[in-house]
Ligand binder design. Structure first.
Ligand SMILES: Nc1nc2c(c(=O)[nH]1)N(C=O)[C@@H](CNc1ccc(C(=O)N[C@@H](CCC(=O)O)C(=O)O)cc1)CN2
Ligand SMILES: Nc1ncnc2c1ncn2[C@@H]1O[C@H](COP(=O)(O)OP(=O)(O)OP(=O)(O)O)[C@@H](O)[C@H]1O
Length: 177
């Protein structure tokens, strides 16, 4: 079987060949939203599917937005509150993120950028363990993976620490394992 690093390189190349864009909002996400909830989103890097329309829908429903704040590969990410229109600064890996002093949040929903996924909810990420650790720290959050449909692989072998996704949204499908 192809190793994880080689697969990650292949799936990044497939994602980059697809190119960037906005992901249409999936109905089950709208149905789940409640006022006051905290939705952890992200600002896309390169050709990652952009959840900006999901952020807009969440704000419209009265939910609050948090964005990941990353320091380096070794440190856990923190989800920090972001209010609509607030400035972001560029941090590690070129990510747009809130100021380190923004309030930390406990997310109800975690929109997770994917490098690859399978139909069972297994996920391939950047390999730093940032979302693995976030899922372990926020067990009750609804874990939604976001990707282009071309990022699907037939089967990913989960590691012991992997926490599966509840759903995956692509431009063409809402996949629930
Ligand atoms: N948009 C976005 N935000 C995110 C993530 C992500 O994958 N995408 N993260 C996910 O954990 C966390 C940040 N962690 C990261 C860890 C490693 C790399 C990384 O290795 N980047 C590669 C290029 C990545 C690519 O092309 O996909 C690099 O810098 O060479 C990026 C982010 C939180 N925020
Ligand atoms: N709960 C955890 N606490 C501490 N370290 C963890 C935890 N979960 C995973 N890790 C570490 O993080 C790394 C994750 O590597 P892996 O290749 O699985 O990342 P990934 O599947 O790309 O996911 P991620 O998006 O989280 O980086 C591994 O080295 C693993 O030991």
């Amino acid at each position: 079987m192809i190793d994880k690093r080689a697969l990650r390189a292949r799936m990044r190349a497939i994602r980059d060949a697809h190119g960037p864009g906005l992901l249409p909002v999936a109905r089950p996400f709208l149905d789940r939203l409640l006022p006051g909830q905290i939705v952890a989103a992200y600002r896309p890097l390169g050709a990652e599917a952009d959840p900006a329309l999901w952020v807009e829908a969440a704000l419209h429903a009265g939910a609050m937005i948090a964005l990941p704040h990353v320091v380096d590969r070794a440190s856990p990410i923190r989800f920090l509150r972001w209010s609509d229109g607030q400035d972001l600064s560029i941090g590690a890996f070129g990510l747009h993120q809130p100021d380190a002093h923004a309030p930390e949040c406990v997310p109800d929903i975690i929109l997770t950028p994917l490098v690859g996924f399978d139909r069972r909810g297994n996920r391939l990420g950047q390999g730093a363990g940032h979302y693995d650790r976030a899922f372990a720290a926020h067990r009750d959050a609804w874990r939604v993976g976001i990707a282009w449909s071309v990022q699907e692989v037939v089967e990913l072998k989960p590691d012991d620490w992997d926490v599966p996704l509840h759903a995956i949204a692509t431009e063409s499908e809402w996949i629930t394992p």
